[in-house]
Design a protein around this ligand. Structure first.
Ligand SMILES: [Zn+2]
Length: 469
């Protein structure tokens, strides 16, 4: 039985989708005004794993993630950069997709852009005005939080508590300081669309309420995001969606914990701020996932170079176990160990996606595999379950052999072909021959040139092979 922690009820609940066997899943996407940092990456990784696990459990999942491509931050940044906001947003949108692909995050089934959904957003805003939950003020539309008796139900605070904790904008005309913009009147030179209230653009919260409802229907099953979005973003999404008609918005609210670096909050001004694209220069995506999945998704996660190195070493040990099993080529009977690992993995993941515990089940199976003469079943089981965590080692040999080994083999061995695996074979043979001839200068040169490509040579009793450094 799959149980998940619902922020709305503050308890672990049995997962029962609205339509049996099907899951509607909405994850708040990026505002495309900069490159994403590793705190964002954590959120996208953990919910990619939740999605993959639901699929593995047999659910048909419809995964929607928006792109916020109109927003104050985009407008400000574009002004500074001397670009059109749409142009800046398109650049960072492309950069975002690129790093997600590099990270092995599955592409959303539907990825709506806010600017393509304005008409629907105006409809929802109009509905709120007509039903008395929102009011117009100088071309903007504000949500009236006092009109919604449920306001605060996700963050578990009433309006007066929220008010004391919130940063209050000085805007005397609003009915209540917590009232938030559903629609914003355009300032000169800003991107704007026609609306019943004049030229303007949607508020961020309105975008998600609209796109989730449009693509998943209401109520849908899972709404997810980082826990910094609980208030005000998700609270406001719920208020807008549920006040227009008597309907529930999303049933289960999942929130990931924040990321710190060396125990400190990530902050540009403190100089401990890491972009995902820079982290991917020093670690492969599988090791980064392995690192992040060692911590439960709701807990705070602390990133440090030392932990990163540990994750790299752990990944190398997993690879080693799988390769050794293939080299040994035996068929030990690990059926019972595989069944145990599979069951333990599922029990851990069924308990609110306890990935740390799920990894422990895999390490147990790796231990059994290391002690055996090799087992195809254990290798297959490990590859399958690691794949559920988005750690894809099936193609790791090909990954390790970047196409750049081909010209290197052409240069050092005269290899005329274009197959990376053959090029690697020849380079290793050439190095073995050089060592046999005591031509250490050539042997070292081959090693160094491979190292420049991020490949290390591993000498074993069965011969040499390459591994990512
Ligand atoms: Zn959102």
């Amino acid at each position: 039985m799959l149980r998940l922690y619902n922020t709305l009820t503050r308890s672990k609940e049995e997962f029962k989708p609205a339509k049996p066997g099907q899951v509607g899943f909405y994850l708040c996407g990026p505002t495309v005004y900069n490159d994403i940092h590793i705190g964002n990456a954590r959120t996208f990784i953990v919910f990619d794993v939740v999605r993959r696990y639901l699929i593995w459990r047999g659910y048909q999942v419809t995964f929607v993630q928006n792109i916020t491509d109109v927003d104050d931050k985009i407008i400000d940044r574009a002004k500074t950069a001397g670009m059109a906001p749409a142009e800046l947003a398109a650049d960072y949108d492309a950069a975002y997709r690129q790093v997600m692909e590099a990270l092995g995050v599955l592409a959303p089934d539907i990825q709506p852009h806010a600017t393509a959904e304005i008409e629907e957003m105006i409809k929802l805003a109009s509905c709120l005005v007509e039903s008395g939950h929102a009011y117009e003020l100088e071309g903007s539309v504000y949500f009236d939080v006092r009109s919604d008796p449920d306001y605060g139900k996700l963050s578990h605070r009433d309006i007066d508590q929220l008010k004391s904790g919130a940063r209050i904008e000085v805007d005397v005309a609003k009915h209540d300081p917590l009232d938030f913009a559903v629609w914003k009147a355009a300032k000169p030179g800003e991107p704007a669309w026609d609306s019943p209230w004049g030229q303007g653009r949607p508020g961020w919260h309105l975008e998600c309420s609209t796109m989730a409802a449009k693509y998943l229907g209401l109520p849908f099953d899972i709404h997810a995001g980082g826990n910094d979005l609980i208030f005000p973003h998700h609270e406001n999404e719920i208020a807008q969606a549920e006040c227009c008609g008597d309907r529930e918005f999303a049933h289960y609210w999942l929130h990931s914990g924040m990321l710190t670096i060396d125990q400190a909050k990530m902050s540009k001004s403190e100089g401990n701020y890491l972009l995902l694209k820079d982290v991917l220069q020093i670690v492969n995506p599988q090791a980064l996932r392995l690192l992040m999945l060692q911590t439960h998704y709701r807990s705070p996660f602390d990133y440090s170079p030392a932990r990163l190195d540990e994750a790299k070493a752990a990944l190398a040990r997993i690879r080693e176990a799988l390769r050794n099993a293939e080299w040994k080529g035996g068929q030990a009977d690990l059926h019972a160990a595989c069944a145990t690992a599979r069951q333990a993995f599922q029990e851990a993941m069924d308990d609110d996606f306890n990935t740390a515990q799920a990894l422990a089940a895999l390490y147990d199976l790796i231990g059994a595999l290391n002690k055996s003469e090799g087992s195809g079943e254990a290798v297959d089981t490990l590859l399958e379950l690691l794949g559920v965590l988005g750690i894809d080692l099936r193609s790791s040999a090909e990954d390790a052999y970047s196409p750049a080994v081909v010209p290197l083999a052409a240069e050092l061995t005269g290899y005329p072909g274009d197959i990376a695996a053959e090029a690697v074979e020849l380079l290793l043979e050439r190095r073995a021959a050089a060592r046999a001839d005591k031509d250490f200068e050539l042997a070292d040169r081959i090693r160094d040139r491979l190292a420049e490509l991020g490949l290390g040579i591993k000498d074993t009793a069965q011969g040499s092979r390459l591994e990512p450094l």
